[in-house]
Design a protein around this ligand. Structure first.
Ligand code: 5FU
Length: 274
């Protein structure tokens, strides 16, 4: 099962080029850490990416929170991606009808599909959202995650909603490469007699922190060990646990990234042998 396969071996379970690139990058860098850089100034974003770049397989952005956004920022982001060997995940959380999300994904000021290897969508509109996004992203070799669960207290993405999200993904494996979730989705939502043994989906898990248990706005944290070893997550997503409150403290930020990388990798190695 994917839980006990190496990242490198799992690259062959996918046809989607972004899924393969992510798994190969994780294997090459021995890092299953994604850093979520939720700062509002371009210079802070770039400085933090430089500090954590050596320790990550992925940088997660919310490009729409950048106050001084100019499309020239994208070229700088791409240069850092090549220099440090990681992929970009724009955490856009699309949630509209197919026609609208296709326009939002391709255009506007951010032109997400032109640079983000990976993005995500809420399954709430049903399969048409995948159709809309894949009409833009598939030919570019991009990948999509569905939000099957959320890390927040009181999340409504549970039970049959989560199961239907997994079913939607199974119908679109060329483009949907995994989930935002708190645990493996293997076998979830499968019908009797349906063969899901060949399923592999990447599980990306936000809500990861070693120090705090949560924040004042409903976020809940678990440790890398809980997510990767206990729950079978593939990539840990860490934001404030790494960049903290001072975006200029780049040495401290780099040290934290190194620590989370080590914890995430140790949890994966323990998982492989248990
Ligand atoms: F889908 C989700 C989710 O369920 N929880 C999240 O926290 C996404 N996130 C994102 O991960 C959120 O938008 C932040 O960008 C990031 C977590 O940041 P933190 O600082 O580690 O709490």
């Amino acid at each position: 099962t994917p839980r006990t396969q190496t990242y490198g071996a799992r690259a062959l379970n996918f046809t989607n080029p972004t899924a393969r690139l992510i798994l190969e990058t994780i294997e090459r860098k021995k890092s299953n850490l994604a850093v979520s850089v939720d700062v509002t100034k371009s210079n802070d974003l770039l400085a933090i990416i430089k500090a954590v770049g050596p320790y990550v397989c992925m940088i997660k952005t919310h490009i729409d929170i950048i106050d001084d956004f100019d499309f020239s920022l994208i070229k700088q982001l791409q240069n850092l991606g090549h220099e440090y060997d990681f992929v970009y995940f724009e955490d856009r959380k699309f949630a509209d009808i197919g026609n609208t999300v296709a326009l939002q994904y391709a255009g506007g000021v951010h032109k997400i599909a032109s640079w983000a290897h990976l993005t995500n969508a809420h399954p709430v509109p049903g399969p048409s959202i995948i159709k809309g996004l894949s009409s833009v992203g598939l030919a570019l070799g991009r990948g999509l995650l569905l939000l099957a669960e959320m890390s927040t207290k009181g999340s409504l993405a549970v039970g049959s909603y989560t199961e239907e999200a997994v079913r939607m993904a199974r119908q679109h494996k060329d483009f949907v490469i995994g989930f935002i979730a708190q645990r493996r989705m293997d076998g979830i939502g499968s019908q009797l007699h349906e063969d899901v043994s060949q399923d592999d989906f990447l599980i990306l898990t936000p809500g990861i922190g070693l120090e705090a248990k949560g924040d004042a706005m409903g976020q809940q944290y678990r440790t890398p060990h809980e997510a990767v070893f206990e729950s079978g997550s593939d990539i840990i997503i860490v934001g404030r646990g790494i960049y903290g409150t001072d975006p200029k403290a780049v040495d401290a930020i780099a040290a934290k990234a190194e620590r989370y990388m080590a914890e995430g990798w140790a949890a994966y190695q323990a998982r492989l042998t248990h």
